[in-house]
Ligand binder design. Structure first.
Ligand code: UDP
Length: 495
C-alpha cells in the first residue's frame, strides 16, 4: 500500500486527509447543537481509542462519494479518531463492470452487457488482490466502511480479518424492476457477511437486505469546502469573468478562495465554453445546471426545455449555462465524451437566436479545489439552479445550490425528494421527462423574483438543519456505538 494516490504500483492506495476542528461549525449551527455533537465525538474518540476506522472506495477525486469523504474524514481526524481512506485499484474491465452495475441499480441497462459468470470472475479477482493488502493492515477491532458496489466484494475478506464491516451504498432506485433486481442479484452473495448496511434512502434498501440491519443516513455537504464556502459577490464575479463564464471587465479583486487544506487558492485556468458570440453580462439572469455529462442528468432535456421558453415568452434576457467536467480529463467515465457530443449536436440543431443564449461549459478539473471554486461561483451567481435528472441517488448539486440560497427547480426523483418539499424549499417536477412542465416551472421562477428568494431562503435553512456534515458524523458515531453494543450482529453471531 502506498501513501500517494498517484504513484503506487500496488493495489490499494491511501489518500491523505488533513484534520479539521468541529468547532468551525459554531459559525453555522446553534451552540447547543455543536456542544451536543462535540460530546458525541468525544465519546466516540474514547470508544475507538487504539482502533482505526477505514473507509474504502474506488476514487480519490470526482463524484459525490469522494466529495463527501474528504471533509468528513478531516473532521473525524480533528476529533482525535484515527480514520483512514483507501482507494481500491481496478483495471478498465473492472470499472466497466462496476459502471454497468451502477446503471443497473439505477434501473437502466447501461451498455447492455451481461453481468454473468465471466464478469463475476473478473470482479472477484480484482477485489481479492485488493483484499490481500487490506487484510494485512487491519486489526480485529477496526471498523471498515466499504462504499458502493465497487467494494462490496471485499466484505467477506474484511469479516474474516475480524474487523467490523459496514457497507455504505450511495445509489439506488425508487422502485424495484427487472434491471434493479439484476444488479442486486449480482451483488447479493458478496453482502452475506455484512452485518449492517447504510443507505441514503429507505426506498433504496433492496428486498434481500434485513431491514432491521439497514440504516438510513442521508448524505451531506461541507459548508467550508471550496465548493460551498462563502464567496462575496466581487469574488464570484472575478472568478466567473476570469474563467470566461461572465463578460468582463473583472472587479478589482482577485479570483481567490480557500483550499481544502486551508491554504489560499487562486483560479488560474479557463473554462472551455462552446457558445455563439459573447459571454453573459454580470446582470444577465442565469439558469444553471452543473452535472457530469450523463444521460441520467438529462442535459438535452434542459436544453430543449430552455429553448422552448426562449421561443415563447421567456424573460428576454435569461441565458442558460450547462456546465460539467472537462470530459477529456475524466478517464474513468467512458460515457462522458459521448454524452457531451450528443449535447453539442442538440445545441447545434437549435435556431441561431436560441443557441446564442445557451453556453456549454467544460470546467477545468486538473485542480480539484479550483474546479470546486468555479462550481461554487457559478451556483452562487445562478438565478435558478436546475437539476432535471431522470434518476438521482441523492443529488449533491441540489444540496449545494440550496445551501447557497438559490431557487432550485429539480426532478422529483431519488434523494431530491428528501431535500425539497415542493413549493417550500424549491420547485419539484412531477414528471422528469415532461419538458413542458419543466419550461412552465422555469418561466414561473424566472418571472417571480419574490418566489425565487423565498424558496432560496427556506432551502438554506433546510440544509442547515438536515444536510451538513455535522449531522452525518453524529449519525455515524451513533451507528458505530450500536455496532459495538452488538445491535447489528449477523443472525449466526447473535448469542
Ligand atoms: N461536480 C463538480 N464539477 C463538475 C460537475 C460536478 O465538482 O464539473 C460535482 C458537483 O458539484 C457535486 C458532484 O460533482 O458535488 C456530483 O454529485 P451528485 O450527487 O450531484 O451526482 P453524481 O455525479 O454523484 O451522480
Amino acid at each position: 500500500m502506498s501513501d500517494s494516490a498517484a504513484t503506487s504500483p500496488s493495489a490499494l492506495q491511501e489518500v491523505r486527509v488533513g484534520a479539521q476542528s468541529l468547532e468551525r461549525f459554531r459559525g453555522v449551527l446553534p451552540e447547543e447543537r455543536v456542544d451536543e455533537g462535540l460530546r458525541i465525538a468525544e465519546a466516540a474518540r474514547e470508544r475507538l481509542a487504539g482502533r482505526v476506522v477505514w473507509n474504502v472506495n474506488s476514487t480519490a477525486v470526482g463524484g459525490g462519494v469522494a466529495e463527501m469523504l474528504r471533509p468528513l474524514l478531516a473532521y473525524t481526524r480533528g476529533a482525535g479518531i484515527n480514520t483512514r481512506w483507501l482507494v481500491i485499484r481496478g483495471d478498465d474491465e473492472f470499472f466497466r463492470i462496476t459502471k454497468r452495475l451502477h446503471h443497473a441499480l439505477h434501473g437502466s441497462t447501461g451498455d447492455g452487457s451481461p453481468l454473468g459468470a465471466a464478469e463475476r470472475d473478473h470482479y472477484e479477482a480484482v477485489l481479492t488482490e485488493n483484499a490481500r493488502e487490506l487484510a494485512a493492515v487491519l486489526s480485529p477491532d477496526d471498523v471498515v466502511l466499504l462504499h458502493d458496489p465497487q467494494t462490496a466484494g471485499l466484505a467477506s475478506h474484511v469479516a474474516r480479518a475480524g474487523a467490523k464491516v459496514i457497507w455504505r451504498c450511495h445509489i439506488g432506485h425508487d422502485s424495484p424492476g427487472a434491471e434493479v433486481d439484476h444488479g442486486w442479484s449480482f451483488l447479493a452473495p458478496y453482502l452475506e457477511s455484512v452485518p449492517v448496511f447504510v443507505f441514503s434512502r429507505r426506498a433504496y434498501v433492496p428486498g434481500f437486505c434485513d431491514h432491521g440491519r439497514s440504516v438510513v443516513i442521508p448524505p451531506s455537504i461541507d459548508p467550508f469546502s471550496p465548493k460551498n464556502q462563502e464567496l462575496d459577490p466581487d469574488t464570484v464575479r472575478s472568478i466567473l469573468v476570469h474563467v470566461g463564464l461572465v463578460e468582463g471587465p473583472p472587479p478589482d479583486v482577485p479570483p481567490t478562495f480557500e483550499r481544502t487544506d486551508g491554504s489560499p487558492g487562486r483560479v488560474g485556468r479557463l473554462a472551455d465554453v462552446l457558445r455563439l458570440g459573447r459571454a453573459p453580462t454580470w446582470e444577465t439572469p442565469l439558469v444553471v445546471q452543473v452535472s457530469r455529462w450523463d444521460d441520467l442528468k438529462d442535459p438535452i432535456g434542459v436544453l430543449d426545455g430552455f429553448a422552448a421558453i426562449v421561443d415563447g415568452r421567456a424573460p428576454q434576457d435569461a441565458e442558460l449555462v450547462l456546465a460539467g467536467p472537462n470530459v477529456h480529463a475524466v478517464a474513468d467515465d467512458p460515457e462522458g465524451a459521448r454524452v457531451f457530443d450528443d449535447v453539442v449536436a442538440a445545441w447545434r440543431a437549435l435556431p441561431h437566436a436560441v443557441r446564442n443564449r445557451i453556453h456549454l461549459a467544460s470546467l477545468p478539473t486538473a485542480d480539484v479545489d479550483e474546479n470546486a471554486a468555479i462550481v461554487n461561483a457559478l451556483q452562487r451567481h445562478a438565478t435558478v439552479v436546475v437539476q432535471k435528472s431522470l434518476h438521482e441517488g441523492f443529488g449533491l448539486t441540489v444540496t449545494e445550490a440550496m445551501w447557497k440560497g438559490r431557487a432550485v427547480l429539480a426532478s422529483s426523483v431519488g434523494g431530491i425528494q428528501d431535500q425539497i418539499q415542493d413549493g417550500v424549499h424549491g420547485l419539484l417536477l412531477k414528471d422528469p421527462r415532461d419538458r413542458t412542465e419543466f419550461s412552465t416551472a422555469l418561466l414561473r421562477v424566472l418571472e417571480e423574483p419574490a418566489l425565487a428568494s423565498r424558496l432560496g431562503e427556506a432551502a438554506r435553512e433546510r440544509v442547515r438543519e438536515e444536510f451538513l456534515g455535522f449531522r452525518h458524523l453524529t449519525e455515524y458515531a451513533r451507528l458505530i456505538e450500536a455496532i459495538d453494543r452488538g445491535d447489528y450482529a449477523l443472525p449466526e453471531e447473535t448469542p
